[in-house]
Design a protein around this ligand. Structure first.
Ligand code: SF4
Length: 400
């Protein structure tokens, strides 16, 4: 297998949604069409980066302590940091930067572009007044960080990292989308990934994770993720990494297909070329006929089995001869175990995994295993129910 790829949040999400789209983007390096909301987001992000960068407080950068990490001492309280008092540029400066950073591609008309531009002016104006009033203490902006989670190399660019009142760290990710809720922040894999990146690079726990909704100037703040959430993300990152390393790029259809620029290349949406259509129609039609015949055959066989069952019971005979073969009525035993009764027993004897989490066949195999204590085998058998059913098995010449 190939080496583990370094995953960003967007790469992870792209593969998790559709491996084929990931291949188009990251292996074939196909470009997506420019879109108004991406261009708008990039313009606002770039303006905010340049606005906040001069205000970054000293002593917040990673990579200076032993092992490349900062220690608690590197994060002295805000009152001891003279750079906190730095003055932000005025509003006209911020709007000037915004104009310089404006990305003009992807808009469907000059009117659409103008209305987005005005929206940006409005939200940056309001952002500026709140920022000046609140005077946060950023320790990093647009910070490109690298780390590893469950053996998977990860990287991400954190929009802003602030020092909190208590001297801790707050991760902020700006969003220019229309709607955003606290739930989005609570469920955001992106923020979880950023927590890992920041903690591994800065050597101290993140205090809070925030999606900053620029249109409403709402800081949708959540506490740091617990270890289980990190572990869960690590497992999913591992699955994506394994898929990429194995070169598995199957298409996965979902709501995201609506926005996919590669539909014309995707086997799920591509049309059959004219030269192959006739043969394909023949094959599909014949397949449909066979499916229907199989359904009819199954229904007829069930009716025959039912009648033979009645005859077998009435006549007391288990073998019926035809002109081509004989059918033998054979008993099949199968165990059924109620999970609520058997799982605690299996767990107590550390046999849950061997029993496939209560799989009836694997649990039944334990009943015949001399290495399983006899008392436990009796207990399991006592909880289970042995059912008997009959099937008709062909004998003699090949029925096919
Ligand atoms: S159209 Fe859908 S299934 Fe096909 S590549 Fe795009 S996202 Fe994947």
């Amino acid at each position: 297998m190939a080496a583990a790829p370094t995953l960003s949040y967007s790469g992870f999400r792209a593969y998790a949604e559709c491996p084929l789209r990931w291949k188009f983007l990251y292996v074939d390096r196909l470009r997506e069409k420019p879109r108004s909301f991406f261009s708008f987001g990039r313009s606002v992000h770039a303006a905010l980066e340049r606005f906040v960068a001069p205000l970054v407080v000293e002593g917040g950068l990673p990579g200076k302590g032993p092992g490349g990490q900062r220690t608690l001492r590197d994060f002295s309280g805000p009152q001891t940091d003279p750079s906190v008092a730095q003055t932000p540029m005025d509003l006209s400066g911020l709007l000037g930067i915004y104009r310089e950073e404006w990305v003009s591609e992807g808009y469907t008309s000059a009117q659409e572009e103008e209305s987005y531009f005005d929206l940006g002016v409005d939200l940056l104006t309001r952002f500026h007044s709140v920022y000046v009033k609140e005077a946060p203490r950023p320790v990093a902006v647009e910070k490109d960080l690298r780390a590893e989670l469950e053996g998977v190399p990860i990287h991400g660019i954190v929009d802003r990292l602030d020092r909190t009142e208590g001297g801790g760290l707050e991760v902020l990710d700006y969003k220019t989308s229309k709607e955003l809720s606290l739930k989005d922040a609570q469920l955001s894999d992106q923020l979880t990934l950023y927590q890992v990146l920041v903690e591994q690079n800065y050597g101290r726990p993140v205090e809070s994770l925030t999606l900053y909704h620029l249109r409403s100037l709402s800081a949708l703040r959540t506490p740091r993720r617990p270890p289980e959430a990190i572990q869960d993300l690590g497992i999913r990152l591992g699955e994506v990494s394994d898929g990429i390393r194995s070169g598995h790029y199957e298409p996965r259809v979902g709501s995201w297909c609506r926005w996919c620029d590669f539909r014309s290349l995707c086997p799920e949406f591509k049309e059959v070329p004219a030269g192959s259509r006739e043969r394909i129609v023949t094959l599909v039609d014949r397949y449909a006929e066979l499916l229907s015949e199989r359904r009819q055959a199954r229904q007829e066989m069930e009716a025959i089995e039912e009648e033979m069952e009645g005859l077998a019971l009435g006549l007391g005979v288990h073998r019926f001869r035809g002109s081509r073969l004989s059918l033998h009525r054979q008993a099949r035993r199968s165990w059924h175990f109620p999970p609520e009764a058997t799982l605690p027993l299996l767990r107590a004897h550390e046999l849950e995994v061997r029993a496939g989490g209560g799989d009836p066949d694997r649990t039944a195999a334990l009943l015949r295993d001399p290495e399983v204590p006899a008392r436990l085998r009796r207990l399991l058998a006592g909880q289970g129910k042995l059912e008997l059913r009959y099937t008709w098995e062909p004998e003699g010449s090949d029925p096919h």
